[in-house]
Structures are given as C-alpha cells and as structure tokens.
Design a protein around this ligand. Structure first.
Ligand SMILES: [Zn+2]
Length: 435
C-alpha cells in the first residue's frame, strides 16, 4: 500500500492522537440526573422521581429514584423540574441575520460574516433547549455544511444539525435572492441549486449532496418572504419534484418540500417528498394525500404572528405583509384539520425569520391548534427524530441514545410557555446550561 510521506508535523499529530486514545480508554465518569418529572415521549407519559444514568455521551439506564446509584456517580439534581429530551426544530435557518426580508441582504455580507452569524445563532438555539435542528437552507450555498461540521468536531457550540446545503429552486423562484434589477447578476454561490428542468434538478441534487448536504430542500411553490413570488403558485411540475426525490433516494436520503399552495403540496406529496414545509394553503385532498403517503407536515404556525407584529413595526414591504396575512390564518386552519386527520406532525418554526432562541414560542401554538401538550412535546422530540431518521440515536430519554436532555422548572406540561425558560441543557453528556 502506498504510504503518505512523513512530514515534520507528523510526530506532534501522532502524539496528540495517542493522548486522545488514552483518554478514551479510561472509563468516563457516570452522571446521574435526578428527574422530579421525566417526560417519556416514547410512551406519552410523565413518570415521577426517576434517575437517568449517563456514561460519556450516551444514556445507559433510566431507573426509579429509589434505586442504588453507581459508586462515584456525579449527581445532577433536577428533582424540582420537568426533564425532557432535547428539543428538535425541524425548520431552522441558522445561517444569516433575522431582518427585514425585502432587501438584497444576503449580498451585503461576506461568507465569513454569514458563517459567524451561524456560530452565534447555533449557540442561541442550543441554550434555548434545542439540541438538534434540521436546517432547511441558506442562500449562500454550503455555509450550513461548514457550521454542522464545526459543531460536530467541537469547534463551535450548537445543536446537532442535518443541513440542506442550498435551495433547489427555479430561476427567480422562492429560493432565489430576488429584488435585484434584471441586468444585475447574482453570484453563483447564491444560485447553486437553481434548476429549471427535471435533468437540471437531478444534476443540482447530486451537486448539493456531493457538496456535503444531508438532505434536499426543494422550493415547490412561491414564498412569503421572497419578493415577486406567489405562495399559492406552483414552481415545479410533479415530474421535476419526482426527479429530486429519486435522485435523493439514490443517495439514501430524502427531500423536504417548501410548499404553500394547495396544488404544489399535492404535486410534492405525489412525487414522494418526506415532508411538506409550511403547508399554508393545504386543502382536504392534500390532507388526505399526506395521510395516505405518510408525509410529514412541518408547519411554522407561530411565525406568522411574529412577522405581523415586527413587520408592521419595521415597515416591511406591503407585498410581504399581504402574503403573510393570506397564509397565516389559512395555515392554522389547515394544520388543525391535518392533526384531526392523523397526518404526521413534526415541530418546525422557520427560525431565522425571527431571532434564534425563541424556538419554543411555537409550543403553546401547537396545543392551541389541536395537539395535546404531550403531543406538542412529542412533535418536537421523538416525532421530529423520526422525520429526521435519527430516532435510533435521539428524540427520547432511553438507554443507548445520546444524553441530550433539558429541564424546565416545575410542571412544564401544565403550561408550555415555560419552555421559554429552559434552565438546564445537556447535549451528548456535556452540560451547557444549569447546575
Ligand atoms: Zn424556511
């Protein structure tokens, strides 16, 4: 076998590798988390007085509070709190600034500035109790990939991420930076996923996944916050959407479809996407199709209120404010019907439209529009993990899963607003907030 040429740095690198190996060989200390109330999202029940045992980054056991603790266990006392699996936001945009959308804002920042905004936003998200996100797109391609990797290797503090890499969108569609004069050329880094035929869709999907994305985000209809596009209007044919799904499936992954309009939703569902994002103008036929296909609905049902109040105060464009009004109430009506019909629901907020860290604001809305408090928490934990295909490693507090655990004072299920004050955050056995 060919051997890499030895450089002068090799001995140093080798020594640090050996040191890391030695550290790993030692048994990690056991942490015992005492939980006054433990939310078991697998069973949909709250159990009193439990102890969670953690070794390294994993949960090893969940036992009654009266059971003997292993010798030398470090005890974290959350006996007055409700202990919950780390929350999951399935519709975040960690890269970029939350700001008035009717400008060419993404073009006003360097790639480094975009990345640094992601560093700040990732930290805010984790500290708010969201230990995992499915990040559904960035205008400048692949900044999310870099952020995910920096979090994974410990360079940056933030949630576990699955990322979309770039938007697959038609020219001038909901995933483009729009608003420039027609003779102004938007740089290629912002147009990485632009595709206008089924063949182009396949090519862009491959390029995005080869570039390090975990899944594909297609923009199936116009968008509320993208000037000149119509949320109700379809932007891809069913055949084009199917090309994205088939190509993503070849890579062993899935497609999330941004879709507001009723027709665009149905095309995406028939094409086999894994989730519908927003789903604002869904009709009864679309709901039945989603139920039939097992498609997940990720509806940002709080966000419309945020856009309405802040957009008014900051004088966002009349076009965006009108489109927000046209989609917000309709989305909530559709969401309620989808819940009643038994459509699979996962929690997603469109963080990045609003400042990061407020992700839990939507939890009480999930109850207001049809879920029980337990189901609202399930949508943001185990159901979200299922959507992300990560239910084998996270989404509930169970042996073998990552020790991603948060806590809220008192009886948190009595009022989900309490999740705006998460007092304890552990990710992978490391405490980031609290005792
Ligand atoms: Zn979004």
């Amino acid at each position: 076998m060919p051997r890499r040429r030895t450089s002068t740095l090799a001995p140093v690198a080798l020594m640090s590798l050996l040191a890391a190996g030695a550290a790993r060989a030692q048994e990690p200390a056991v942490i015992a988390v005492r939980a006054g109330r433990l939310v078991d999202v697998d069973k949909g029940e709250v159990r009193r007085d439990q102890v969670i045992l953690i070794r390294g980054d994993r949960i090893t056991a969940v036992q009654p509070g009266s059971a003997r603790l292993p010798a030398g266990a470090r005890v974290i006392d959350l006996s007055r709190a409700t202990v919950v699996p780390g929350l999951i936001d399935c519709h975040s945009h960690l890269v970029g600034e939350a700001e008035a959308p009717d400008v060419l804002a993404p073009l006003e920042r360097t790639e480094t500035q975009e990345a640094m905004s992601g560093v700040r936003n990732a930290r805010a998200t984790l500290m708010a109790g969201f230990t995992t996100v499915r990040d559904v797109g960035t205008y400048r391609a692949f900044v999310d990939v870099g952020l995910r990797d920096a979090i994974d290797d410990g360079t940056v503090i933030g949630p576990r991420m699955k990322v979309a890499g770039a938007y697959v969108t038609v020219s001038g569609g909901g995933g483009e930076v729009t608003g420039a004069a027609p003779d102004v050329v938007v740089p290629p880094a912002f147009r990485f996923g632009v595709a206008n035929t089924a063949d182009e869709v396949r090519t862009r999907v491959r390029a995005i996944l080869n570039g390090g994305a975990d899944f594909i985000k297609v923009i199936a209809t116009g968008a509320v916050l993208t000037a000149g596009t119509k949320p109700g209007a379809s932007e891809y044919t069913e055949e084009q959407l199917r090309a994205a799904v088939e190509q993503a499936n070849e890579y062993g992954t899935f497609v999330a479809a941004h879709a507001h309009g009723a027709e665009g939703i149905k095309r995406a569902v028939r094409a086999g996407v894994r989730s519908i994002e927003h789903g604002s103008l869904i009709d009864d036929e679309g709901i039945a199709l989603m139920k039939q296909h097992g498609t997940w609905l990720v509806a940002d049902i709080w966000n419309g209120d945020y856009i309405d109040s802040v957009g008014r105060a900051q004088h966002w464009s009349a076009e965006i404010m009108r489109k927000n009004t046209e989609t917000t109430d309709a989305q909530r009506v559709g969401f309620r019907k989808a819940v009643a019909a038994g459509v699979r629901i996962a929690y997603g907020t469109d963080s990045g439209v609003y400042p990061h860290g407020l992700n839990a604001m939507q939890l009480p809305y999930m109850v207001k529009y049809g879920l029980t408090p337990m189901q609202a928490l399930q949508s943001a934990t185990i159901w979200a993990a299922q959507l992300m295909q990560w239910e084998d490693r996270l989404g509930s507090i169970a042996p073998g899963k990552y020790a991603d655990i948060i806590a809220v004072d008192g009886d948190a299920l009595a009022d989900l607003h309490s999740f705006m004050k998460v007092g304890f955050v552990m990710k992978g056995g490391v405490v980031y907030k609290g005792p």
